[in-house]
Design a binder for this molecule. Sequence first.
Ligand code: GLN
Length: 487
Amino acid sequence: MAAQLHWMGAAQAAAAVRAREVSATELVRAHLDRIAALDGTVGAFLEVMADRALERARRVDGLLSNSDPGPLAGVPVAIKDVLDVEGVPTTCGSRVLEGYVPPFTATAVRRLEAAGAIVLGKTNLDEFAMGSSTENSAYRVTRNPWSPDRVPGGSSGGSAAAVAAGMAPLAIGTDTGGSIRQPAAFCGVVGLKPSYGRVSRWGLVAFASSLDQAGPFGRSVEDVALAAAVLFGPDPRDATSAPVAAPDFEAAMARDAAGLRIGVPWSFLETGVDAAVMASFKDALRTLEDAGARMVDVSLPHLSHAIATYYLIATAEASSNLARFDGVRYGRRADAPDLASMYGETRDRGFGPEVKRRIVLGTFALSSGYYDAYYVRAQQVRTLIRRDFEQAFAGCDVVATPTAPTPPFRIGEKTADPLQMYLADIFTVPASLAGLPAVSLPSAPAGGLPVGLQLQGRLFDEETLLRLGHAFQQRTNHHRARPAGLA
Ligand code: GLN
């Protein structure tokens, strides 16, 4: 049994711990061993908190005799390094935060720990979550567990790779324009971006505050639902968290897909989608039809402007949010003769090229004379995109697309061309702009590489997404495939 502990799903592991078939300590040890064996190659983690994890696992084991340690009892979880854990460095993949140790724990992490989960470590990401390949990390390269010369996607590439490689059954990522869904697709795992407001952003370092959402990765919809139920819910410390209780996912997943209407925006998918990705997508739609869902054609006419809109709004918000990293309050401070050059030097040495590009773009979009032409216009188009979805959802329950236009690309393939990199998010950015929930599920692979199916839902209707996703996984085995050589 011990050899297989690292492939145990979260739901199964929690049940085994509660039934005392396996201890939380054994589970955590098995995952720490797995990380020790594989992470030199995969590069998913920036920090492994072995002592802290084992101590907490012992505490969960100790609780078992007289109380219920919670729905995630003993389940190891990896946390993207933009969420704070008290006493453990938060780097955001950036040199500018080197040496910063937060004095508090993010609400999302606290909820997981209160439910019995054990944090294993902090995972790699694109600097400040800006990127689609994890290549913008200042610290290390993360390799796709399915093919070591390929990217794991990003920005939550470390979290997705950790789950795909059996280094954690669950991981937390954040998604501003696709950073949970696209790496989930590239690594062959499930990733849920909740509706804006579902998960508290308290203790999450902000990139673009009107878009950022944290959410879970797992190897099955069932595991992701278990984590979502724990993560969801209002938080008095985050004014943007929505006063809506978590749905009953178990009841939702017990229902089949019969009667659900799936909208497909065919005209939006006409160009730029890799042939193998399209074949995988069509195959997934056929499976959903077999499950009783009905296909309808929907039109989302303003989606062609989504990338441009996103790269104005996200950069504008980032330029403002990242102003706080000035060498005074957090992390690294450059030596300089006066205050202005200290700020300048700190930021020049601390930020990488992509972050600088975004700060410049965002500052420009917000500057006087250009604010109306760019930022205000982008907000108006954002409203049109939101309305497109509202109209589409008058005739369907879920909107399906591929998660990304291509399978995972090669390390280095897109680093010289930021625009090509931005286009990796063409299908994920729209739901972010509209604040809607969306999930990526493994569909049929393309030449041995993972491909993702994206399902987008109405605001706060994660229930239907997971219901349909679970029905899909009951009829397919794509989510059961494991990277070769990592058994
Ligand atoms: N890849 C997109 C970007 O670079 C989305 C990132 C994210 O969701 N954090 O902005």
